[in-house]
Ligand binder design. Sequence first.
Ligand SMILES: C[S@@+](CC[C@H](N)C(=O)[O-])C[C@H]1O[C@@H](n2cnc3c(N)ncnc32)[C@H](O)[C@@H]1O
Length: 261
Amino acid sequence: MTPGPVELVHRLRAAGCVFAEEEAALLAEAADDAAHLDQLTARRLVGEPLEQVLGWVAFDGLRLRVRPGVFVPRQRTTFLVQVAADLAPQGAMVADVCCGIGAIAAALTARRADLDLYAADSDPVAVALARENLPDRVGTGCGDLLDALPARLQGRLGMVVANTPYVPSGQIAHLPVEARAHEPLPTLDGGADGLDVQRRLAQRAPRWLAPGGYVLTEIAATQRDAAVAAFTAAGFQATVRISEEWGSGVLVARVPLAGGA
Ligand SMILES: C[S@@+](CC[C@H](N)C(=O)[O-])C[C@H]1O[C@@H](n2cnc3c(N)ncnc32)[C@H](O)[C@@H]1O
């Protein structure tokens, strides 16, 4: 039988949903009818992320489409968007690699209309969603890191922004069931210390960047020294910004300006 509003809240709370009242209201709003509400509730009760059940995620003031089987953008990534919006040169070409559903590129498009944005990911399901979430003028591609971008962008990007997988392999088992069971492992697993994808990005990005261009990546505060070392070894000047407000860190790496300035 379809649960009433109070029973729905109780069931969600019993399943471990901290914001049971809010979730109950959102599920009720998303359901077409009582049978549909039953289906959505059943999915949520077994730990499917609320956003995958609803079909959307709120990110940086936008409502973006999400479906099962992709990474759900985290609110903490707003900090990466803020730093990118502050540092991107006027009119720059900017690539969001490891773009997932395109949350960072979508937010930058909304915040900085002057930027020429591209977005790419190795997962075709994620790229299809990014295509739905991004305006036509944002180019998208599917492939490994920067390889998915048009070759004509080599040496011309003002910024590469990337929320790569960065969870150390040994910590995957300790993630909440929402992530462990409902987001693909390649969206989370960053190798032994979490920085495998970032090290590859550090090696490959210089060929794509204009002089003085940036790479910005999200990191955990515990990864700051290793991330700075990885990008410094690849020829970047690297620093880290930590946000207490968002509970996240951003590595800011810059290739030297032409002439070494
Ligand atoms: C942590 S998720 C972040 C997604 C998105 N940037 C966001 O913040 O919502 C990491 C993304 O990187 C992608 N990915 C993993 N390895 C990749 C690679 N070698 N090249 C391109 N994308 C990759 C995954 O498919 C996943 O969408």
